[in-house]
Design a protein around this ligand. Structure first.
Ligand SMILES: Nc1ncnc2c1ncn2[C@@H]1O[C@H](COP(=O)(O)OP(=O)(O)O)[C@@H](O)[C@H]1O
Ligand SMILES: [Mg+2]
Length: 247
């Protein structure tokens, strides 16, 4: 199947920052209300995430990685600051606009896979396309295309109970890619996998990045996983220390 015309649009704009970075954070604070006081989970985050590359977000448990990724994925809003994704001020959007933007441009991969157990492998991958205007046949073709890309060509009819944890995460990767998002966010995608399978999954994401030119942002507390690849943002006690900031 020819998918070339469905790959994410990679037009250049007259804005060099937008061309180079998929997302830019400026002065971002996120506070949680605790019993009677506010706890600042992310403090004055400033970062620019390079477009079409892999960025690892590293830091110990509780350092603020998920809080950071949830704001990047537009699942949560900061108390203060600016977030630009694909050149758009995403905090200025209303809930409907944000949901629409998210479903078109961002894919998610979670630690616990978040697949739907009653659906087959293929139906899980097709699922995000249901809110897009895509025919049944096209949904099936796209799902099969991405299942083949992640090495699960022969598993489309299986139920989730009939495949391994590593295979489930491959299904989740195919599901994240099926809408051809520019940005894929993975929160501890290997935390429920053994170390050999974790390596395979990270490797697969590296491969998918180069095949589809998708920007991946992957958080992990396991630094051994990342090898020498990718950009790194390190979070310590809610403070970002990063390589590759705005020039
Ligand atoms: N919904 C919440 N309410 C209150 N505190 C929270 C909430 N979510 C996270 N936190 C706190 O914010 C800090 C960062 O959490 P999190 O972003 O989940 O870290 P990580 O993903 O690096 O483990 C932790 O101290 C955590 O307890
Ligand atoms: Mg987390």
């Amino acid at each position: 199947m020819q998918l070339g015309n469905q790959l994410p649009l990679r037009t250049t704009t007259d804005n060099p920052i937008e061309d180079k970075y998929i997302a830019v954070f400026k002065g971002v604070d996120k506070k949680y209300n605790m019993d009677g006081y506010q706890f600042t989970a992310i403090k004055n985050a400033e970062c620019a995430i390079p477009r079409g590359e892999i960025t690892f977000v590293l830091g110990p448990s509780g350092s603020g990685k998920s809080t950071f990724l949830n704001m990047l994925g537009m699942l949560d809003k900061p108390n203060q600051g600016q977030i630009t994704i694909l050149g758009q001020d995403v905090l200025a959007m209303d809930d409907n606009q944000a949901a629409d933007f998210r479903s078109r441009h961002i894919g998610f991969i979670f630690q616990s896979f978040n697949l739907i157990p009653v659906l087959s492998v293929r139906e899980n991958v097709e699922f995000p396309l249901l809110r897009h205007n895509v025919s049944r046949r096209e949904r099936r073709e796209k799902a099969d295309y991405y299942l083949e890309s992640v090495g699960l060509k022969d598993y489309s009819h299986r139920r989730l109970g009939e495949i391994s944890g590593g295979q489930r995460q491959r299904v989740a990767i195919a599901r994240a890619l099926v809408t051809t998002p520019e940005l894929v966010i993975a929160d501890e995608p290997t935390a429920n996998l053994d170390s050999a399978t974790s390596d395979e999954i990270i490797h697969l994401m590296l491969e998918m990045r180069s095949q589809f030119n998708t920007s991946f942002v992957i958080c992990t507390h396991n630094e051994k996983l990342i090898g020498g690849s990718g950009n790194v943002i390190r979070i310590i006690d809610g403070k970002l220390q990063h390589l590759g900031g705005l020039q």
